[in-house]
Design a protein around this ligand. Structure first.
Ligand code: 3SL
Length: 235
């Protein structure tokens, strides 16, 4: 049986083998939820940038740039980090260069994996199916907040670990912890994260509807994957 592990913060990544694994990046509020929403609405590719200036300087005609820091859209960028922005019909078929506070940093730090998938509640079951077919050891990397663990990414890791539990052995205790927290919270995820630090941070910015949307399982059957620096839909 293959194994599954959960890295609760990118700061802990040095403790986990990445090579030869399927790595799942999760930044539930909101980067990876935005990416999944974008692909479900026809975006062609997303190039993630850890650096704000690198992303800003990559602006070219025909390319949209998306920039978020501390929950806010960065001035001069075309897009921020609400999933509802990524449903816009004018984004269909386009390439977006994106930088966010934690999500795109976690992607960059996980670059050594055999395959890097973009995970969210929105594509939870489709992602589980792909991971089972890929038949590699799995590492779920929670983006967290500036190195700290957060609840919403842990809940997602628990939901995915729970779906995969009959196919994989859990390695360290993090998948067990995440699964237990998810099972306790699963009937009302929005309520479960209502006191979470990033919910309170987003609420202070008057952001409410993104949160319940990003916690809704199985809205989109798309599984974006990073290849040669670009996130795309395989095939
Ligand atoms: O941290 C990130 O990458 C963002 O998703 C944070 S926010 O939800 O846009 O504030």
């Amino acid at each position: 049986m293959k194994s599954l592990d959960v890295c609760l913060s990118p700061e802990l990544l040095h403790l986990f083998p990445i090579k030869d694994r399927s790595v799942v990046i999760a930044d539930i509020l909101r980067a990876t939820s935005c990416m999944v929403t974008a692909f479900a609405h026809g975006v062609k590719a997303i190039k993630p940038y850890a650096s704000l200036e690198g992303c800003r300087n990559s602006k070219q005609p025909g390319i949209f740039i998306a920039g978020e820091r501390n929950g806010l859209k960065v001035e001069g960028f075309d897009l921020g980090n609400s999933p509802f922005e990524y449903m816009a019909p004018e984004l269909k078929g386009t390439v977006i260069h994106m930088t966010t506070t934690n999500g795109t940093q976690a992607i960059e730090k996980s670059a050594g994996g055999s395959a890097i998938f973009i995970g969210s509640f929105l594509n939870l079951s489709a992602l589980a199916d792909v991971l089972i077919k890929e038949n590699r050891d799995v590492l779920i990397v929670c983006a967290g907040w500036k190195g700290k663990v957060n609840l919403e990414d842990t809940l997602f890791a628990g939901a995915l670990a729970h779906l995969l539990s009959s196919h994989y052995n859990f390695e360290c205790d993090a998948p067990l912890i995440a699964e237990a927290v998810y099972l306790q919270a699963k009937n009302d995820l929005t309520e479960a994260v209502s006191q979470a630090s990033h919910t309170r941070r987003l609420n202070r910015l008057n952001i409410f509807k993104d949160i319940s949307f990003c916690l809704t399982p199985d809205q989109y059957p798309v599984v974006p994957c990073l290849q040669n620096g670009y996130i795309t839909l395989p095939g």
